[in-house]
Design a protein around this ligand. Structure first.
Ligand SMILES: Nc1ncnc2c1ncn2[C@@H]1O[C@H](COP(=O)(O)OP(=O)(O)O)[C@@H](O)[C@H]1O
Ligand SMILES: [Mg+2]
Length: 407
């Protein structure tokens, strides 16, 4: 049985249920402000899930390499290994404001320090990754398939001297040259475009060698607390395995309307549409439900769209890649007319505003293309990937935004 904590306060217990499920019960009289999710208000009856964990508890479980690594390391001691076991391993360090401990144990979030500079300057990638995963896997309660860990930055001196702040501050993402060469540079330039388009983007730095991307957590408060974060799998009541399921209209725009209050809704819908346009332009075929989220400081108060993360030009690796979810029933990349329809019907935008969004997006992509081109020529061992990324952007801008010259 696990104890569930919100903002450092015990709020309930999570246990296995029947053969494959789990059950969560709030402690009696848990204040509504300590609810574990905007989708699970505090109540007397338990929240039962027949299969696996409720989406909010499953949200930060490692996938991919990190999951395999933890399984290999701990399956021996535990015998079998399921999501419940994984949560008990990484439950003390999680994205967002929920934490988990063994039932009778206190919560102790003590993540070791790590110098960011050391990561940014390091040359030997696989040794660095092995070292970091050894040290931080157990502290890395975050989802995603790409190799990554969460660290606590030595350089954050303000946080370092705070007695309440003992948890992770940054995410470090790596790539496997056999699978996705230059993934960190790819993400770096995609995030750079988003930053110049004035999206909220967390601080990010690329290592000298281009092998690692270090990203500051956007759910970090200033006083040792973390903001609430919930991804769109949770908002749709779906397990992580269904992150590619459904259409953007309802799963993303509909839920944004539902969970963002009227006052903040126009900006949220506009930003979401701008992000959608950007994803089409850079040919990001991995814009699934776990790559969007909301963030809040009060579970009962106003939520905002979370800052932008995980932007990648996937067609540089999979030329025929299509969208992660459907638009108008299809996963094919939309043309300009379909994007205009989306902006008008789902984000309440006028034609002039939509045209302006297309133009701004194309202009910034064109600026960043020149810089990315220079980087790939001068610094990359995989210049062909660079060429493919730039070609994908030209194609995206032309076919989906209806702008730019011949490709
Ligand atoms: N800057 C950030 N601050 C807080 N949480 C983040 C941040 N970036 C990503 N996350 C969380 O970590 C998860 C994994 O990160 P992501 O960049 O999507 O990795 P992957 O490329 O493996 O999918 C995201 O789904 C999100 O929940
Ligand atoms: Mg992701």
């Amino acid at each position: 049985m696990l104890r569930v904590w919100v903002d450092g306060k015990s709020v309930g217990t999570l246990d296995r249920f029947k053969t494959r499920g789990s059950t969560f019960a709030y402690d009696p009289a848990t204040a509504p402000g300590l609810a574990v999710s905007v989708t699970m208000p505090s109540r007397t009856a338990s929240w039962d899930t027949i299969n696996g964990l409720a989406p909010v508890f499953e949200m930060n479980l490692p996938e991919g390499v990190l999951r395999e690594r933890l399984m290999r390391q701990f399956a021996k001691t535990l015998g079998s290994f399921d999501n419940f076991d994984l949560l008990s391993l990484v439950g003390e360090t999680q994205i967002g404001r929920l934490r988990y401990s063994e039932f009778a144990e206190p919560l102790s979030e003590d993540v070791p320090f790590q110098s960011i500079e050391e990561i940014l300057e390091s040359k030997g990638t696989s040794e660095l990754f092995d070292y970091l995963i050894e040290k931080f896997a157990i502290h890395s309660g975050l989802s995603g398939v790409q190799p990554k860990v969460m660290i606590r930055a030595e350089e954050e001196s303000a946080l370092r001297h705070s007695s309440s702040f003992k948890s992770a501050t940054h995410i470090v993402k790596f790539w496997d040259p056999a699978e996705y060469p230059e993934l960190a540079v790819n993400e770096f330039f995609c995030l750079e475009i988003a930053k110049r388009l004035k999206f909220a983007v967390p601080e990010f730095s690329l290592s000298e060698s281009g092998h690692a991307l270090v990203i500051k957590r956007f759910d970090l408060g200033t006083d040792g607390t973390y903001f609430g974060f919930e991804d769109f799998c949770v908002l749709n009541g779906l397990p992580a395995s269904r992150k590619y399921d459904g259409g953007y209209e309802t799963r993303l725009f509909g839920r944004t309307r539902q969970f963002i209050r009227a006052m903040d809704r126009p900006k949220a819908l506009t930003d979401l549409f701008r992000l959608f346009v950007l994803n089409c332009a850079i040919r990001n075929g991995d814009a699934h439900l776990k790559n969007f989220g909301i963030i809040y400081s009060d579970v009962e108060g106003a939520a905002q769209l979370a800052p932008v993360y995980d932007l990648i030009t996937t067609t540089a690796y999979i030329p025929a890649d299509v969208m992660a979810l459907t638009l108008e029933g299809s996963k094919k990349w939309p043309d300009r007319r379909a994007l205009i329809r989306l902006g008008q019907t789902r984000a309440d935008l006028g034609a002039t505003m939509i045209s302006r969004i297309f133009e701004e997006t194309a202009d910034v992509i064109s600026d960043v293309s020149s810089e990315a081109g220079k980087h790939f020529k001068k610094k990359s061992k995989y210049p062909r990937i660079g060429e493919r990324i730039l070609a994908a952007w030209r194609l995206g801008v032309k076919e989906s935004l209806g702008l730019g010259g011949p490709t």
